[in-house]
Write a protein that binds this ligand. Structure first.
Ligand code: R5P
Length: 291
């Protein structure tokens, strides 16, 4: 396999290629003054099994990914794998109101028009992968759990019941108990969030979620956990989307440390572990045996 880096995911592609001992293919990727993408595959990809690595957010990166597939196919690549460290639009898996686009379906169908298979990391709704077809998800939870264990956490919390499976896996790997948080509305303006069963007093708590965007979920949880006596609150996620000033805001809202993987660019103030070994493991397991 050879690896080609899209402009959104160069460090991730480099880590992936190193882990797989696979060559990196050169490409010229630029933007025209009007913002449109120009891509040209420079390396020899004839007959290769080529992984093109690109997070598909913001939207321009999705278009660049489609152009890279077109260029690589024309240049003779035999099999194209879209390695999408962060899969944009994975949260809209259905029309919640009549007339809405099912954005995950639209974007995954577009990717399926250019790629033979797709590998991503911890998609918000794994079910959306059916819109692509031959697609798999790796998980970075072991990498997050190993780091959290090094930080000496006492328990893992899911921010809500829906995120419990991921938190359970992290807790099992870190060797600590798990619980999820429940919201109780106290008044029109007040919400109480607390662990459903466990007492957080005097404990170092890690909240584990698939992604942090505005940071609103984590900040609310952290403030409440601190008020309930948690000594340290860590927020961990696979995808650090971090809109606007989410990182400083979180660090000023009771979160003592932030942890994310490298599926999206590194943000100062946030500790990072690499999800590339998880993707490499999945790709290696899928390489057909030589006859
Ligand atoms: C929601 O379903 C996700 O798992 C995250 O909990 C959510 O998207 C985080 O968003 P924010 O950081 O804006 O609260």
């Amino acid at each position: 396999m050879q690896v080609l880096a899209g402009s959104a995911s160069k460090p991730f592609a480099t880590a992936l290629a190193a882990d797989m001992a696979a060559p990196l293919v050169d490409a010229d990727i630029r933007r025209f003054p009007d913002g449109e993408a120009y891509v040209r595959v420079l390396g020899d990809v004839r007959g290769t099994d080529l992984a093109i690595v690109q997070a598909t957010t913001p939207d321009a990166h999705l278009v660049e990914m489609l152009l890279l597939a077109d260029a690589a196919r024309e240049a003779g690549a035999r099999r194209l794998t879209a390695v999408v460290p962060y899969l944009g639009y994975a949260r809209q898996d259905r029309a919640f109101a009549p007339g809405e686009a099912v954005s995950s379906r639209a974007t995954l169908r577009a990717l399926a028009s250019g790629f033979d298979r797709l590998v991503t990391v911890d998609p918000h709704k794994p079910d959306v992968l059916r819109f692509f077809g031959d697609a798999d998800a790796a998980t970075a939870v072991p990498q997050l759990a190993a780091e959290l264990a090094r930080w000496g956490i006492d328990l893992v919390l899911a921010p809500d019941k829906g995120a419990r499976d991921r938190a359970e896996a992290a807790a099992r790997l870190a060797g600590v108990p798990v619980d999820h948080m429940e919201k109780t509305r106290l008044s029109a303006t007040e919400v109480r969030m607390a662990a459903k069963e466990l007492d957080v007093r005097g404990r170092r708590v890690a909240i584990v979620d698939d992604l942090i965007a505005s940071g609103g979920t984590m900040a609310t949880a952290a403030l409440q956990l601190k008020a309930q006596g948690a000594t340290q609150v860590y927020a961990a996620c696979t995808h650090g989307v971090f809109t606007d000033d989410a990182v400083p805001r979180l660090l000023g809202s009771g979160i003592d440390r932030l942890l994310a993987t490298d599926t999206l660019p590194h943000r100062p103030g946030c500790h990072t572990v690499s999800a590339a070994p998880a993707v490499a493991g999945l790709l290696r397991a899928q390489i057909p045996p030589r006859l």
